[in-house]
Design a protein around this ligand. Sequence first.
Ligand code: MG
Length: 182
Amino acid sequence: MESRIGLGYDIHRLQEGRKLYLGGVEIPYIKGLLGHSDADVLIHALCDALLGAIGEGDIGEQFPDTDPKYHNIASSNLLEIVLGWVRKKGFQVINVDTIVIAQEPALSPFKKHIQENLARILKIEKDCVSVKAKTNEGLGELGRKEAIACYAVTLIKKECFHILLSRYPGSPEKGSCGQDFH
Ligand code: MG
């Protein structure tokens, strides 16, 4: 079984007049994150973790902020595209773990909803998605409520069919575990 890990990090400035999205969920707050897309810092970190695991660079390379196609795009769409690349390379996502660092707003009422939404997008069980939230103890730009940051880590595993195909190019359409390739 081939397993890989990936690490992602992102930070976005907070600004009045923007909606705040975290993990594809709209969070009621007086400010939102500034960015070319919807600036969902959690999904951006997660995309970077997945891209890192498959050796495909980072979100800035794949979805440049100079491309009008991505202006105000929902980051959940970007995550679905990245997940497609992960699966195309023969991997499935085993789990993701994330830490959002936000002095405000308090995220505990929204963590479960974010977890469920990410699990739905990634097509994995809820308990394979972890969303943790911390303040920055009032320190620095995060503590001054000027920005929100996020770390993400993921584990992916190569599906049976792809391992078999890479070893025996003429092998039948199912892996030894009976999995179909999708
Ligand atoms: Mg970003």
